[in-house]
Design a protein around this ligand. Structure first.
Ligand code: ARG
Length: 586
């Protein structure tokens, strides 16, 4: 369906041209004075210069032309030259009726030229526990993915595991100290290995911080870890077998965690998958004259004339010939282009890596790894802070593990649910899980991604205010009324509003398409949150001053119920795009 603003705009453009003015003046926006009107056009103010007329005279002519249009209940010129418009209740009701009849998409069309998009998000590091720093990437990336998919794009989500680096050498070194008898440490070990991993995830997660701590204190230990990393990366069989074990154990655990978060990846590729592409890539950069030696290292210049801040060269190989994070990301783009050839790649990563990605993107374009007509986007997110304004920690002061965080939120929700005392233990636990997830995800997504935010468990789990649970309550309220009414099909149309609050609700519903379009185009899930918060408020206002089930006029009651059904549908679609869902009751 054509978005409401677009429909209005077409009429206003026709008004301007009919009065002899250029169509470019027919711009329309939501009113910034909702107390005066719903929509406004400021075009007459701009047209005044070209036509050397008073803006109010132009506005007056156009408004008069439009006043006869049944789309509007009001269309008037206001000094100094605005055109203030209200839609007629009939037009709004017809619009929302059509939305409701589109029971799958509620009037949202797919984009006319869908793209193939790859999203790099999650980015957990193998063998290191998943911490809250990775939470944001997963939550935001998942929402961007679902939104783009709903809009018709072909979307491939890749977790991009951090599985290539010193952490592997550290783990191997520590394991060697603890279990020197393992076959993998035999220098002549040649590849046959038992399927049982020689450690559990709990052990693995304890080993890494222990090894990392030791390497900071003991240079010999660090040296050993670096040697192990080198040997692993240069084909030592026993270490590669260990790597396979580390990966299997770690990925199983990661999958379990992401499942809890309702985050789902199409590809489980990692940094290690890029390694085979590095030698050819580097050779080509040299052959083409892009890469040169600077202070021993191999680099590619990426600065541009318009830079206001210095963008240092992109380092490709260190002076000892070792590859870096950059090298891996560039080589990852090599296989992404070769195997998938996406139109764009979106990276959802901590905003502190922004300069780094500027270097990588420019280098990829300049050296031809990524053709000029493709887009590389960086969606940087801020830090999740505790109430003290510092990066979020556990009560004991350590970095909070994702699992514990979710657990804490769930427990809090369970407490609240039990206070109400209407559910048995099983349903209460399940509901706490669903609502808890909405609290965490909405708490994150309702902020513009690039901003830091404060993780406030009391606020996020509250059923009042701009929170996930508030949205869920609203959905559950709609569902429960519909259940009580016992209707499941809605043949009639939604009638023109009977009250101010109903008009408010209908009007809010008309804005769904625009909200999704901007969330999609700007890769900004917070736009969906802002919209559904307004919608939930409009619905609750309507609910509080309308006797829905007690309405005696059958046609009016049917119209109310259809409106409710549409509200529920739009809200449920929106939260699905945000990455959570609603329980049957709360
Ligand atoms: N593993 C990285 C980290 O924990 C994030 C990876 C981001 N994606 C990428 N293509 N570099 O910081």
């Amino acid at each position: 369906m054509k978005a409401i603003l677009q429909q209005i705009k077409e009429e206003v453009v026709a008004g301007f041209t009919a009065c002899g003015y250029d169509e470019k003046y027919g711009m329309v926006s939501l009113s910034n004075r909702p107390d005066l009107c719903q929509f406004q056009c400021n075009g007459a103010l701009a047209a005044a210069k070209e036509y050397k007329k008073a803006p109010i005279a132009i506005a007056g002519e156009v408004a008069e032309k439009l006043a006869a249009n049944s789309m509007f209940s009001k269309c008037e010129a206001c000094p100094p030259g605005f055109i203030n418009m209200n839609l007629s209740d009939e037009f709004i009701a017809q619009f929302v009726s059509k939305m409701a009849d589109d029971t799958e998409r509620f009037g949202v069309d797919k984009v006319s030229s869908p793209k193939k998009v790859m999203i790099d998000y999650g980015g957990p590091n193998v063998a290191k526990p998943l911490h809250v720093g990775h939470l944001r990437s997963a939550i935001i990336g998942e929402s961007i993915k679902r939104t783009a998919r709903f809009m018709g794009d072909e979307v491939i989500g890749d977790v991009h595991l951090g599985d290539w680096g010193l952490q592997m050498g550290l783990i191997i070194t520590e394991l060697k100290l603890r279990k020197p008898e393992l076959v993998y440490f035999d220098e002549n070990y040649d590849g046959e290995y038992p399927t049982e991993p020689p450690f559990s995830i709990t052990e693995l997660e304890e080993i890494y911080p222990c090894a990392s701590g030791k390497s900071k204190e003991d240079p010999a230990y660090k040296e050993a870890a670096m040697t192990a990393t080198y040997e692993l990366q240069h084909g030592r069989k026993g270490y590669q077998a260990l790597l396979t074990h580390i990966l299997n154990v770690s990925v199983t655990d990661l999958k379990r965690n992401y499942e809890k978060l309702d985050v789902d990846f199409d590809l489980w590729k990692g940094e290690s998958d890029a390694q085979p592409y590095i030698p050819d890539m580097v050779q080509k950069m040299k052959d083409d004259g892009f890469a040169y030696i600077s202070e021993g290292a191999l680099v590619v210049d990426v600065k541009e004339d318009t830079d206001t801040k210095e963008v240092p060269p992109c380092m490709i190989l260190k002076s000892d010939g070792a590859s870096l994070y950059n090298t891996t990301d560039l080589a990852t783009l090599v296989w992404r282009m070769k195997d998938y050839n996406p139109d764009s790649v979106i990276y959802v990563v901590d905003k502190r890596q922004e300069l780094y990605f500027t270097q990588v993107f420019r280098c990829a374009k300049k050296t031809g790894i990524v053709p000029a007509d493709k887009n590389l986007y960086f969606v940087g997110f801020g830090t999740m802070n505790g109430k003290d304004g510092k990066p979020f920690k556990t009560r004991q002061g350590g970095v909070m593990r994702l699992e514990y965080l979710l657990q804490e939120v769930e427990e809090k929700m369970l407490e609240k649910i039990k206070e109400n005392g209407t559910m048995n233990d099983e349903e209460a636990a399940k509901t706490a899980q669903i609502v808890g997830l909405s609290a965490v995800k909405y708490g994150d997504l309702s902020n513009q991604a690039s901003k830091d935010y404060i993780f406030d468990i009391d606020r996020f789990t509250s059923a009042e205010g701009n929170t996930g649970p508030y949205i869920l309550y609203t959905i559950v309220r709609c569902k429960s009324i519909l259940t009580k009414a016992g209707v499941s099909s809605f043949d009639g149309a939604i009638l023109p509003a009977h009250s101010e609050s109903e008009r408010g609700l209908q009007l809010e519903l008309t804005k769904f398409m625009a909200a999704l379009a901007s969330a999609y185009e700007e890769m900004a899930p917070h736009k969906i949150c802002a919209y559904i918060y307004d919608l939930a408020n409009a619905f609750n206002r309507f609910y509080h001053d309308t006797k829905i089930l007690a309405e005696e006029d059958a046609a009016v009651k049917a119209s109310y119920l259809k409106l409710l059904w549409l509200t529920r549908g739009v809200l449920e679609k929106a939260i699905d795009l945000l990455g959570f869902n609603a329980p049957e009751r709360m």
